[in-house]
Design a protein around this ligand. Structure first.
Ligand SMILES: *[C@@H]1O[C@H](CO)[C@@H](O)[C@H](O)[C@H]1NC(C)=O
Ligand SMILES: *[C@@H]1O[C@H](CO)[C@@H](O)[C@H](O)[C@H]1NC(C)=O
Ligand SMILES: *[C@@H]1O[C@H](CO)[C@@H](O)[C@H](O)[C@H]1NC(C)=O
Ligand SMILES: *[C@@H]1O[C@H](CO)[C@@H](O)[C@H](O)[C@H]1NC(C)=O
Ligand SMILES: *[C@@H]1O[C@H](CO)[C@@H](O)[C@H](O)[C@H]1NC(C)=O
Ligand SMILES: *[C@@H]1O[C@H](CO)[C@@H](O)[C@H](O)[C@H]1NC(C)=O
Ligand SMILES: *[C@@H]1O[C@H](CO)[C@@H](O)[C@H](O)[C@H]1NC(C)=O
Length: 416
């Protein structure tokens, strides 16, 4: 039934424009008007030159899409295979959404006429391979989403020519291997997220081709080890996020060498020692987040000078002690978050200058309220210091149990 209807609507298909020979001039004008040409089950806007056929159970691309369409949404259908025939008429496409289909094959040359394409979305399909050349010529493409597919490898030159691409999504695949030249040609890529895949090593050589990369997120990976010089030739990289690597236990001294980061997050890992040595050559670091790890101690001398570090987050680790002078190299430190640890104290002597500290999170620690915490009392604490999270509580000695500020004011009475 559906197929029959589609056949009758062929009159409006651009390939059949010769039918104007049989029609009057007035009708021809109407036919040429984009407002009239719209596939039966889709919604079209002549003004924005957009066609939406979202969630229509379409097994193939419907007939009747105006050739001047710029934005085409074919998401949530049952499309299975893309060949060079499918889009050849639509040379003005800028934004093509093919997400949530059943596409397993995209033949080389499928987009050779879509030179204006800026955004191409293949999220949630069944694609196993991106053969070299499938995307060649798409020099205006800035956004490509291949996440949630069945990619196991990324082959050499898969993204060749995509020199304006700013954002590439390849997460949620079963990637086990990224070939050395897979990312060549991505000269403009500034941000990359590799997440939820089966990689067991950092694809160092492949990443080394991303000369413009500023931000790299590596999340939900089963990588247990970082080799020395894991990140090479990424001279523009400023922000590195390693999150949810449950098997990562150490960060060897040279693993981050060669990078010049301002922000580093290594969170939700099994790190057991403070990775001081690995941070030595990151003098421009301003933000460091090592939350949710098994780090227990920060020893004096472990952290070298980080003169620009403004924020240090070490929430939800297993910190037992921070030795005096541990933070003397952190001359710019404004925020320290050591909440949800096992600290029984935090002495002012850990800081280079406690007076420059502005914000402190200390909740969720079994603090002992003795003279080591005196500097945090309302009347003693540095004037600009705010305690941000829940009021720290004393867990001992027994007669001082309760909120630090309340208890201390009434019992220590430092003003009297
Ligand atoms: C693309 O065209 C081929 C025929 O060349 C057809 O088999 C296939 O179903 C078309 N794909 C879509 C998504 O319409
Ligand atoms: C690519 O983008 C540029 C700048 O937006 C534009 O001038 C050019 O026409 C586009 N190329 C194609 C083939 O549409
Ligand atoms: C990726 O890992 C998942 C979960 O461990 C596993 O089921 C799947 O077979 C792996 N895929 C490949 C290609 O190794
Ligand atoms: C994390 O380290 C602990 C202690 O060595 C170990 O028992 C645990 O299995 C590790 N977890 C993972 C996910 O490797
Ligand atoms: C490192 O990064 C900082 C901050 O972005 C910058 O000022 C400095 O010039 C960079 N150094 C090198 C060698 O690139
Ligand atoms: C630090 O990392 C933890 C864990 O990923 C996150 O919850 C927290 O928001 C991060 N803090 C900052 C300031 O980025
Ligand atoms: C501690 O402070 C919290 C909120 O600031 C308050 O709800 C709680 O009652 C206080 N506990 C004591 C023992 O003063």
């Amino acid at each position: 039934m559906t197929e029959g209807n589609a056949g009758k609507r062929d009159m409006r298909h651009p390939a059949l424009n010769h039918c104007h020979l049989f029609l009057g001039g007035a009708l021809l004008l109407l036919l040429a008007s984009p407002a009239l040409s719209c596939p039966a089950r889709c919604e079209c806007s002549a003004q924005s030159k957009s066609v939406s056929c979202h969630r229509k159970r379409l097994p193939t691309i419907p007939e009747g899409i105006p050739i001047e369409t710029r934005v085409l949404d074919l998401s949530k259908n049952k499309l299975r295979i893309i060949t060079p025939d499918n889009f050849s008429s639509f040379q003005q496409l800028e934004d093509l959404d093919l997400s949530d289909n059943l596409i397993s094959v995209v033949e080389p040359g499928s987009f050779r006429s879509q030179l204006a394409l800026r955004s191409l979305n293949f999220r949630s399909n069944l694609i196993q391979l991106v053969p070299a050349g499938v995307l060649s010529g798409l020099t205006n493409l800035t956004r490509l989403d291949l996440s949630h597919n069945r990619l196991v490898v990324l082959l050499d030159h898969a993204f060749q020519d995509l020199r304006t691409m700013a954002s590439l999504e390849v997460g949620d695949n079963e990637l086990v291997f990224i070939s050395q030249r897979a990312f060549t040609g991505l000269l403009g890529l500034q941000s990359l997220t590799l997440e939820r895949s089966n990689l067991t090593v950092v694809p160092t050589d492949a990443l080394a081709h991303l000369h413009s990369l500023v931000e790299l997120r590596l999340r939900y990976l089963s990588i247990s080890f970082l080799k020395p010089f894991s990140f090479k030739r990424l001279s523009r990289l400023r922000r590195l996020e390693i999150d949810y690597w449950p098997w990562l236990e150490t960060l060897p001294p040279l693993s981050l060498h060669g990078l010049n980061l301002t922000m580093l997050c290594i969170t939700n890992t099994n790190l057991s020692a403070f990775p001081g040595a690995a941070l030595r050559n990151l003098p421009y670091l301003t933000h460091l987040n090592l939350s949710y790890s098994r780090i227990q101690h920060i020893h004096h001398g472990e952290l070298g000078p980080l003169p620009h570090l403004v924020e240090l987050h070490l929430q939800g680790a297993q910190l037992i002690s921070i030795e005096p002078f541990a933070f003397v190299g952190l001359k710019s430190l404004q925020l320290l978050d050591v909440s949800q640890n096992r600290l029984d104290s935090l002495e002012s002597g850990v800081f280079a200058s406690p007076d420059s500290l502005q914000r402190l999170c200390l909740g969720g620690n079994p603090l002992m309220c003795d003279c080591r915490l005196l500097w945090l009392l309302n009347s003693h604490k540095p004037p600009s210091l705010q305690i941000l999270d829940v009021q720290p509580e004393c867990s001992g000695p027994e007669h001082l149990l309760g909120n630090l500020s309340v208890t201390s004011r009434s019992l220590w009475s430092p003003d009297t």
